[in-house]
Ligand binder design. Sequence first.
Ligand code: ACO
Length: 328
Amino acid sequence: MPHTLRSKIIGTGSYAPRKTLTNDDLAAIVETSDAWILSRTGIKERRVAVSDSSTGMAVKAAKAALKAAELSAKDIDLVIVGTVTPEMIFPSTACFVQSELGVRGGSAAFDVSAACSGFLFALDTADKYIRTGAAKKALVIGVDKFSRIVDWQDRSTCVLFGDGAGAAVLSASSGSRGLLASRVHSDGRGWEMLYAPGAVRPSRFEDGVRAEEPYIKMNGNETFKIAVRTMERAVTEAIESSGLTKGDVSLLVPHQANMRIIKAIKERMGLADEQVVMNLDRYGNTSAGSIPLALDEAVREGRVKDGDVIVFVAFGGGLTWASAVVRW
Ligand code: ACO
């Protein structure tokens, strides 16, 4: 009987720029306060890129993941980058990462665009390559540089985001450990909740089209309510499709958008504080970088043990949402 192939995470890595922006630093730019930001979001500070590009952050995270996996770039046959702040419109950031790392030219490398759900969409896609035998070792990266696309005059959004990247190396494995279930969803009808038009000029042939302000726009309050409901459903869906129950979960690694969203999910799942990874106090919302950055920190802090059941859940612009269950 042939064994079922699974994707096993054999190494993780992450990177965040060195420059820290505290809530007090932001209060010098827009009308806000440390007390408001901390109580409404849980964020104390975030990192902002000064000289790091999206590619540079992705490459640093990927190098750390390869080192942890004890592999070299030559062993990789697939690179997928989740990002909505790519290096350029084209080529994909994955192409830049492939060449900078020295992954074999001719292997598949591409980006997926799913905002804050980007890493889980990339993981889901890579898993399908691995399960079908189309790839054996994949590099899955989530990176975003939102400092480039936030409106630094809009206090309702500029306080929320930070820059960062995380990466995971997946290997085809026939054992019982690895990705047990993964679910991705999109609903474009909700696109206006949360979007960034980007700095693309209308073409000379378009009639009456004005370039919109390129920055992020968000209906925070509505997004908050939808995020709580949707993420809770997504967690339940992933656990049920892996054939496990809530009681089997060792650790939840949620997208780091807002402490209040994470606490609501934690309470509804009946998890203890130490079963939930939270690092948004130090990084803010790093979009696609958020889940792999939180996972890598948890791994390096020794919070993840062999055989543990880890649940991932994300929600973001699109609208998009995704969840996954891994037996470590
Ligand atoms: N400092 C001080 N006051 C502020 C600030 C600020 N930085 N920002 C907003 N306010 C004010 C508002 O103007 C408003 O004032 P008003 O009542 O006089 O009009 C008041 O605070 C309350 O504003 P709300 O938007 O209702 O505040 P809320 O409690 O909803 O918190 C927040 C806002 C933090 C944005 C929250 O709604 C949230 O986290 N939403 C979800 C974000 C999310 O999950 N996004 C998805 C992922 S991101 C991605 O995919 C890219």
